[in-house]
Design a protein around this ligand. Structure first.
Ligand SMILES: Cc1cc2nc3c(=O)[nH]c(=O)nc-3n(C[C@H](O)[C@H](O)[C@H](O)COP(=O)(O)OP(=O)(O)OC[C@H]3O[C@@H](n4cnc5c(N)ncnc54)[C@H](O)[C@@H]3O)c2cc1C
Length: 273
């Protein structure tokens, strides 16, 4: 199938994009890398009247470390590859560096943006999981206002977010590594590059564990525990696997999803020791 007819606007500035969103609201869609949106349009799951293309908006194509605030700030037009190949990424946000190779293939990451993946809000996607695990936030801007929404509140369900129709996600902020933090990331997918059936991310310090799980509930879920070990940790992971409300689908049973939460959860916490 082909998309329904739409008008195409190329935004040269952020203001251009905000103007279109303010005028058109629900009938407009932002086009970033197009790696999710084009499939949605081709299947006619969405039929926007206007597409506003931000992929060549220079002022939105930025990745910068705000060392004072302790954030890596990724603007809306920055591709996944441009962040993945940042020379300092492993020191700044190690969890992000661990997650990128799991996102599809490099061709997709060359076009797909970090912010586009966050806005698309697929419950199995790696970037929403990492953003939620780290306690990052999403910077939204419209002609009316600017606001920062914590990732945990931004993701509201499968492909659902707190974004309002006239808002552009201007950037996302990933908290940078703090002293004493160690990280683990693992996922299980049918083939390398496929969406995860279950993905887990862990941030471990000497006295605490934070674990985030994707692909099970309708959005990434985070749990915080003291520094559990051995059978206590196994028990907590088992409780978590039931709490997430795993479901059967065409690819995998709820029982196997719970198994993956327990095993990948254990693995990422071991990796982060
Ligand atoms: C074959 C294939 C395999 C893939 N595998 C994976 C995978 O394993 N893991 C994974 O996480 N992803 C995967 N993806 C998705 C990929 O990561 C996409 O690039 C990403 O989800 C969307 O980014 P995009 O820049 O292409 O956004 P687009 O497709 O352009 O947009 C996605 C949605 O976000 C909206 N949007 C985008 N940017 C903004 C903004 N700044 N403000 C407001 N709204 C915005 C759009 O209107 C649209 O609704 C895969 C894609 C393909 C085609």
């Amino acid at each position: 199938m082909k998309p329904a007819l739409f008008d195409y606007v190329r935004a040269m500035t952020t203001q251009d994009a905000l103007d279109v969103l303010a005028q058109t609201g629900e009938d407009a869609r932002v086009l970033a890398g197009g790696q999710s949106l084009m499939a949605v349009l081709n299947m006619r799951l969405a039929q926007p009247r206007v597409l506003v293309d931000i992929s060549r908006t220079d002022e939105l194509n930025a990745v910068r470390a705000d060392s004072q605030a302790g954030h890596l700030v990724v603007s809306a037009a920055a591709t996944q590859s441009s962040v993945e190949w940042r020379a300092t990424l492993r020191d700044e946000v190690p969890l992000l560096a661990m997650a990128f190779p799991h996102i599809s293939h490099f061709q997709i990451r060359n076009r797909g943006t970090v912010c586009g993946s966050v806005v698309h809000a697929d419950p199995s996607a790696e970037l929403p999981l990492v953003l939620t695990a780290l306690g990052g936030d999403v910077l939204l801007r419209s002609k009316r206002k600017q606001r920062a929404v914590p990732a945990n509140d931004f993701f509201q369900g499968m492909l659902m977010t707190a974004r309002e129709p006239d808002e552009l996600v201007e950037a996302v902020r990933f908290p940078m590594k703090k002293p004493g933090e160690r990280f683990g990331f693992a996922e299980c997918s049918a083939r390398h590059g496929d969406f995860a059936m279950v993905a887990c991310a862990a941030i471990v310090t000497d006295d605490a564990i934070r674990i985030a799980v994707g692909g099970v509930a309708d959005r990434p879920k985070v749990e915080r525990w003291p520094r559990l070990r051995g059978e206590d940790l196994r028990g907590a992971l088992n409780d978590l696997s039931w709490k997430l409300g795993a479901h059967d689908d065409a690819h995998i049973s709820a029982k196997y999803r719970r198994h993956l939460v327990r095993e990948l959860g254990w693995r990422v916490i071991e990796e982060a020791k």
